[in-house]
Design a protein around this ligand. Sequence first.
Ligand SMILES: *[C@@H]1O[C@H](CO)[C@@H](O)[C@H](O)[C@H]1NC(C)=O
Ligand SMILES: *[C@@H]1O[C@H](CO)[C@@H](O)[C@H](O)[C@H]1NC(C)=O
Ligand SMILES: *[C@@H]1O[C@H](CO)[C@@H](O)[C@H](O)[C@H]1NC(C)=O
Ligand SMILES: *[C@@H]1O[C@H](CO)[C@@H](O)[C@H](O)[C@H]1NC(C)=O
Ligand SMILES: *[C@@H]1O[C@H](CO)[C@@H](O)[C@H](O)[C@H]1NC(C)=O
Ligand SMILES: *[C@@H]1O[C@H](CO)[C@@H](O)[C@H](O)[C@H]1NC(C)=O
Length: 866
Amino acid sequence: MMRYSSAKDVLLCFLCVFVLLNGIHAAWTEEPGSLILGCGLGEGGAKDADGRQWSPDDKFLGSQGGSITSRASYQDPSLTSEVPYMSARFFKSEATYKFPVQPDKRYWLRLHFYPSLYDGFNPSDSYFSLTANGVTLLSNFSASTICDALSQAYIDREYSLAPLNSDTLALTFKPSDQYKGTFAFVNGIQLIQMPDLFDSGSLIGYADQTMDVKSLNLQTMFRLNVGGQYISPTQDSGLTRMWYDDTPYLYGAATGVTNQAEKNVQIDYQTMPQYIAPPDVYSTSRSMGSDKDVNMGFNLTWIFQVDPNSMYLARLHFCDYYFSKVNEIVFDIFVNNQTAQAQADVIGWTGGKGVPTYKDYVIYVQDGPGDEMLWLALHPAPGTKPEYYDAILNGVEIFKLNDTDLSGPNPLLSDLLIKRQQEEEDGFTNHQIYHSQAVIGGAAGGAAGFAFMAVICVAAYKKKKRAPGSDGHTSWLPIYLNSHFSKSSSSGNSISSANLFAMAQGLCRYFSLQEIKQATNNFDESNVIGVGGFGKVYKGVVDNGMKVAIKRSNPQSEQGVNEFQTEIEMLSKLRHKHLVSLIGFCEENDEMCLVYDYMALGTMREHLYKGNKPMSTLPWKQRLEICIGAAKGLHYLHTGAKYTIIHRDVKTTNILLDENWSAKVSDFGLSKTGPNMNNGHVSTVVKGSFGYLDPEYFRRQQLTEKSDVYSFGVVLFEALCARPVLNPNLPKEQVSLAEWALICKKKGTLEDIIDPCLKGKINPESLAKFVDTAEKCLSDHGADRPSMNDLLWNLEFALNLQENVEGGSTHSASVEKSEFEEISLGDNNMERHYKNLSLGSEDDLSIESSENSDAVFSQLVSPKGR
Ligand SMILES: *[C@@H]1O[C@H](CO)[C@@H](O)[C@H](O)[C@H]1NC(C)=O
Ligand SMILES: *[C@@H]1O[C@H](CO)[C@@H](O)[C@H](O)[C@H]1NC(C)=O
Ligand SMILES: *[C@@H]1O[C@H](CO)[C@@H](O)[C@H](O)[C@H]1NC(C)=O
Ligand SMILES: *[C@@H]1O[C@H](CO)[C@@H](O)[C@H](O)[C@H]1NC(C)=O
Ligand SMILES: *[C@@H]1O[C@H](CO)[C@@H](O)[C@H](O)[C@H]1NC(C)=O
Ligand SMILES: *[C@@H]1O[C@H](CO)[C@@H](O)[C@H](O)[C@H]1NC(C)=O
């Protein structure tokens, strides 16, 4: 969501920055001529939630008739400000705004669209084009289609217009002539003079050639604070840009580690203007990790979905605030598998620690299969014998370039929900759905800023065959069966059992291949309980009677060693009664197996409903106990370990039940992972499942444990209503369980949607407590949601109330401390990260578990980082 602060705040903020930086290099301050227009606002304009003044737009339209203003009839909760979204101007025929501009200056043009319902206008009927002095910015544009595709209420677009050689900018809205009765509309327009941010970029694939960008128009596609957090317009260095977290765009399981500059390190801009990027961008970064062998074996990769057949400028921001010598870290930069930069050495470029720089690369993305993606990859360059094999990146911006036409197609939301539903019914979950989700997630991530994106490929990604041998039961298998193991190059990248053994020493057990074979009757097919991207999962018995689930990597697949290792490290350190545990592993003769607790009763979901039909089996008290167990597991992830661990995919298929109906959370930890095994195509990104996703995470890209609380709220309603979280066969307002439950709660009609088999069997006080708690979890803002601890307390209370009636054993409504026993996870600071890292050191042979966990816990949010 856009946030603006008053000019005074901005000024104050700049003053502070000036003081800090001895005032040498100016941040940019907005020119007085900036136009911030709320379309359809009345005389005098209005202020937005942050106090920024929006002026009326009518005087720039001249005397043209044909435009109508209207207010939206509904304010979506995701709009944190009424202005400019709630008012709009509609054009039934072509209309042109004329803005005065300085002919030799570059301008930001930001457009805001809120396709809600307006009096007499339904924006889903709106298709239009937009040109700026003849440059096409939009064509056949449907804000409503894009918002639907991205599940957001509004979109913002940002363009940077080259100097116009004219003192007027004519912005022309034209309803499409392909559709009868269609119209154009816009809610807000910002036209802000900007500094010369662009010069030229080296043309990838053409040695030493550069491309002049000065005279081109740009559309901002992505702007990421790599390894850092969302930066709001008021925190930007004067250009009111938004910078997003990079995690949704990371590719593969190996996502490196994030780093933050020590407090005493100052970002020293030297001659570079500070408006290039704010200090927050340069003082956080992502690097590969602490193990040189691991680093040599993978590329630190981001992927971006773009329109094919177009030129892109990738601006990479670098700043090394840890090392200060040349040839300490040297790496290659690849864009779309071509070398953009060989042997990048940040200190070599900047001359010192804490000095930022940026590099511009231009690439043409073609129109072939797989070309709707822009890949950015970093890999250590051993050629110069650097001291460490690592790579680093602090920020990235991607702009689409063109001189005449920046428009792209609308996304196709081809029956996504319906397909998803079918898959649900088939009982075929994560493995397939995950991919489409991921694509959508990535799209939404980008769109939270600029709302561009072709989700078109979703359909293609979804055309995956069902894995042979799947018995429709994959959903309840333990951790990661359904996650994806990248076909990362395994050339010479094998870790020895000795290493693994050292790594997991004392934490989990090593099984010999012989033991595993015995347990599974030599991998007998009759013991297969599921199939995933990784390979098959077998039921087995070890130690004369202990039941286990054994995940075996397919010997033919080039399964990533890293992922195997990472999973062991991560899971072996997390132990809790309500988490599915990794018992041990085996690595021998190219066989890799992971051994887990066996969860005899499968998933929570399959005991609630199948397809759209309730199963009508579980009594209320048992449902409460399951919810409480799961809440305890999540509470442990959030607070019991040294770092906050955010599950990111809380849902009823990730809550498993053992033979005694004790709930255990699975699939935590390693969440970002890899490619579709069949075609090597992409897809990881935002983790989470439709129907459970925290709306705030989409809006702000700030992931907190409250995102899990939101998803858990959906789980609670699922337990109560025994229906799918998304059911597209229902009327629109009922499709999403989360939304529908909230509506019913408000109307007081919740009774009607409760699982029929529970009717009359729930103590009304218990129900009221439960529903209030679930409702709070679904609060729009994370801050309003309860912590897992409060949640647990409330659920125990609801259980108590129920037991008082049923006369069950009295349950103490307290959180048992002993369940939160802590196992140290190692320290994630740079000091330790680089300790003992030098190349060729003998120490590298044994991996010390606590240090190496850095790589594993890139998922974890360090407490100070929030
Ligand atoms: C500009 O856009 C047009 C139309 O999409 C396209 O044909 C042309 O190749 C683009 N030019 C560049 C430099 O990308
Ligand atoms: C880059 O390489 C990867 C892996 O080999 C492949 O999947 C992808 O399609 C390639 N991308 C381009 C743009 O060629
Ligand atoms: C890294 O990416 C480059 C360019 O796509 C590719 O040639 C190389 O094989 C990749 N390396 C690894 C270890 O994946
Ligand atoms: C315009 O967009 C709609 C919706 O995305 C699409 O169905 C239609 O084919 C597009 N029309 C043209 C002419 O591109
Ligand atoms: C289930 O309960 C029985 C009896 O209390 C106990 O012996 C058994 O170990 C429990 N099973 C699990 C998996 O905890
Ligand atoms: C590794 O770190 C330990 C503990 O800090 C230290 O004693 C040892 O000398 C270091 N080894 C190398 C090779 O730097």
